[in-house]
Design a protein around this ligand. Structure first.
Ligand code: FAD
Length: 396
């Protein structure tokens, strides 16, 4: 049997890495993917479920392709702890598994410790984040459906960096379109801790002022300090309280809990520092970290598109290391984040990032990328094709 590679988390980073370690090793490495969910559910396009134009089934894909087509062993469980010295992980179900190389891609952990009102029993079942696609995505849609016409939906955005910079603004557009069609007296209120819209500001602001005129209000510099869940009220550092009918709180984020617990999140206990040529952790040998959990280089978004490419770079490095070869690669990534400003019309932001051998980090290629001239339906087709392609690349 070949070298043992364990992958924690079957999301954009982990599923890609699992498949590509098998492929790049000519199907000799023994790869096991540990993931608690039965199926993959995509965060990209999940705002369309909240807007009502897609169903959860449309963004759900089986993990079986990885097993059947690529021989990845699937273990449906969570990793409870990692013993870096013994090269061993312990599963919540009790079993222990050994590895030669461990790939950790657990996504994000949502932190409520600075929002006392969210720590009272049941608060987190009432005020949803819907920032991990699945039950909460459907839950938030239901809250919007049962809201009276004339109500207010308020979304609170944390300081960057957080998962998917344009995602909250896309969500605001999706809810605005739903209100325009079905609850015309209702309003969307965006309460952003940042100084301005963090992605595609001109295009989003145009959508709010023209397409959804009078329906969307954007308020920057709103740092959330607490949530009165029963009173449906958001409290801020310097601004007046805001009461709304449906609250959607995106709390500050950090690396997935297992990465934090293992000490991999060496950057202020929040993000995991890695070598961008291999994605090996700077603090734990034989352990690689990918996706949203890593400390990103300036300009690099926390996106599924990026995590997918981390997965391939990491897979190539792991296969080289396991066969005793040099890691001989200079990664170049492109990133495109599409945002649905309605159920049809889409805008994008694109960028290119290249490894700089002198600086030993990723840098944005000067003059690369850009944004759409205007929202348009052709990019809506591109956005859906982007999703189908990346899901096939990860999982089929
Ligand atoms: P994930 O994809 O979240 O995968 C992590 C996996 O690890 C999960 O399946 C989880 O169950 C598993 N896991 C966690 N802990 C453990 C454990 N202890 N044991 C075992 N398994 C574990 N990105 C884009 O590129 N384009 C977009 O259009 C886009 N739109 C978005 C819209 C929204 C609303 C949101 C919320 C995000 C969006 N993103 C988009 C961002 C994208 O979803 C993330 O950047 C991407 O999912 C990161 O991949 P990951 O592998 O780090 O984490």
């Amino acid at each position: 049997k070949g070298a043992k590679v364990l992958v924690i988390g079957g999301g954009y980073g982990g599923a890609t890495a699992a498949k590509y370690v098998r492929k790049f090793s000519n199907y000799t490495a023994d790869v096991t993917l540990i993931e608690p969910n039965q199926n993959f559910i995509s965060c990209p396009l999940s705002n369309l479920v909240i807007g009502g134009s897609q169903k959860l089934e449309d963004i759900t894909i089986s993990y079986e392709g990885l097993r059947k087509n690529h021989g990845v062993n699937l273990v449906r469980d969570s990793v409870a702890s990692i013993d870096v010295a013994k090269k061993q992980v312990r599963l919540a179900g009790g079993a222990s598994l050994f590895y030669d190389r461990l790939i950790v891609s657990p996504g994000i952990d949502l932190t409520y410790d600075k929002l006392p009102g969210m720590l009272v029993p049941n608060a987190q079942n009432e005020v949803l984040h819907a920032w991990k696609a699945g039950e909460q995505t459907v839950g938030l849609r239901k809250q919007l459906e049962s809201m009276k016409d004339g109500g207010v939906f308020a979304i609170s955005i944390p300081l960057a960096p957080y998962r998917c910079p344009p995602g909250p603004y896309e969500r605001a557009c999706q809810v605005a379109e739903y209100f325009q069609k079905s609850k015309p007296k209702s309003k969307v209120l965006i309460l952003d801790a940042n100084d301005d819209v963090t992605s595609k500001p001109g295009l989003f602001k145009l959508a709010w002022s023209r397409r959804y005129e009078g329906k969307v209000e954007y308020r920057p510099k709103h740092q959330l300090t607490d949530v009165d869940v029963k009173g449906k009220t958001l409290k801020f550092e310097f601004n007046d309280d805001v009461k709304a009918d449906v609250l959607n709180v995106l709390p500050p984020m950090r690396a997935g809990a297992i990465a934090v617990k293992t000490g991999l999140a060496n950057m202020n206990g929040r993000w995991c520092e890695v070598d961008f040529l291999t994605f090996e952790s700077k603090v734990a040998p034989n352990v690689h970290v990918l996706g949203d959990s890593i400390q990103i280089a300036p300009g690099m978004p926390k996106s599924g598109h990026m995590a997918n490419q981390h997965g391939k770079t990491c897979a190539a490095a792991v296969v080289a290391i396991l066969s005793g070869a040099d890691v001989n690669q200079l990664p170049v990534y492109n990133n495109t984040c599409y945002s649905f400003v309605s159920s049809q019309d889409v805008v994008h932001v694109a960028s290119v990032h290249q490894y700089d051998a002198a600086k030993k980090t990723m840098v944005t290629v000067p003059g690369s990328g850009g944004v759409s001239a205007a929202a348009n339906p052709l990019e809506g087709e591109y956005a859906k094709a982007w999703a189908r392609n990346i899901w096939a690349d990860m999982l089929v």
